[in-house]
Design a binder for this molecule. Sequence first.
Ligand code: FES
Ligand code: MG
Length: 604
Amino acid sequence: QPQHADYNLYQPITSKTGLRQGLASYGDAHFSLFLRKAFIKAAGYGEDALSRPIIGIINTFSGFNPCHANVPQLMEACKRGVQLHGGLAIEFPTISLHETFSSPTSMYLRNLMSMDTEEMIAAQPVDAVVMIGGCDKTVPAQLMGGISANKPVLPLVTGPMMPGSNKGVRIGACTDCRNNWAAYRAGEIDIEEISSINSELAPTAGTCGVMGTASTMACVTVALGMMPFNSATAPAVSSTRLRVAEETGARAVSVAVAQRKPQAILSKESFRNAITVLQAIGGSTNAVVHLMAIINRHPDIAGSITLQTFDDIGRNVPLLVDLKPSGDNYMTDFHNAGGMLALMQTLRPLLHLDAMTISGKTLGEELDAAPFKPFPYSSTIVRPLSDPLYPKSSLIVLQGNLAPNGAVIKASASKDRRLLSHSGPAVVFKNTADLSKRIDDPNLEVTPDSVLVLQSIGPIGNPGMPEAGVIPIPRKLGKTGVKDMLRISDGRMSGTAGGTIVLHISPESAIVDSVFGIVQDGDIVRLDAEKRQLEIELSDAEIKQRIQKREADLEKQQDGTAGKVGRRAIKAKRGYRGLYESRVNQAEAGCDFDFLRADGAQAV
Ligand code: FES
Ligand code: MG
């Protein structure tokens, strides 16, 4: 009665697809298949279903993740697409990270999620996998894991949320979370108003509705050729979003049959296109870190693209998309204006058109097949090359004695552009606790010309490199109308934030010979964005002497659980935190664990 070849346990097992993958685990491959089929049948699947390409669907739904609240509907639509095209869809979970419910930071858990994603894709009998993600760290974690597992993977994002409204003015997470909080701190709005704003900032399911990290990574994933043009911007609660999910499911079957794997699709040119789009959208500074981690997972590309590449590309790319925080609008506006198709058609002269995409066609072929004629509304949101929002270099990479391995600033999000060329005396906060204790102290010695310095928020120093780089304007200055100051740190900032903020200073202060770690009150710090310089006015001898003193102090602190390990001042040895502090690499390498990189380059 059984007809299917897999029932013939004496037939040689040669196919590498579906249930027949990875059958070595019980020694006897035929017995392993026999066992595997017994258990998958327990889930109710019939022979016909089991003979199809198996498309795994990663379920990242969590009650703690409102950005992923629509995942159940997306899975249903995706399964429909898979099954209408002859595949069998099987969902499985990985961990789910929401930006605000992942203590100490979601970035701390990104590498854990990437390991979960990689290992579950590798372990399970799937021919291709749809990776449903969306919230900030999720898409990077899935791309990192997917590239390392190197089975066919198709990212599917949950999509941006809709904007809300306050007194007739549109508001949305999370640029307006910050603006309004700053206004409340400065006494410009009262407790009633800030409370009613709180209910409108995130009014629907989906990811933050501005050009924050989630939106940036969605756009970057399209630029990499891994998702269809409309799939970055379609709102989470729209029917278009469901149709994108259905289409992704359908496409997964052909990608599975063709065994189109991420390491084969993605090239140096794909990543250069992604960086071009990052600059043109005024994307999140976090995307620089994530892209470096993703790039370094690719065995042929690891190490060949650096921070310098981002700066070099930026010099030729204008900021074209008018979205908060660099501009004024929301992701729904970008979608309605033509979204990524409109942008990539506009950027066409700057893109590598021969880069491959997941459809099996090149980017140029995909763009030829989808012409876009800008209409009047579209060009206010997606500007033409001749009328940009910011001429070029929206994201700038800095170097200098204060940041020998680099630092990043989103120049286009500066609120007071005079500060892009500025020098002033440092006001140093040792860590976030010190900051919250003193920033609003009426006796804090600070003027609008001071440079606010926050140490110990790097990848090791405050594991996961929290988004604390947007140091608040001291209350006493905020009250006098000061809206922006030069602020520098070894941490990150939310992609939704703005200001003249230098981030990702490397080496971070938790590295014992970090120059950033020895900055003191009153030292003169100088930023020259045009020259790409970040300097501290100290002699080499003075720097050396301060570092020696710091090393000696750290030696004394050795107590078994904390102190100096190699060049790192670490706090934990046990568990994931111990692993994190001892193996995470610096921002310019992507804050990945060094042992996950494709080229094995070790962290300091
Ligand atoms: Fe999830 Fe902003 S909190 S994308
Ligand atoms: Mg964010």
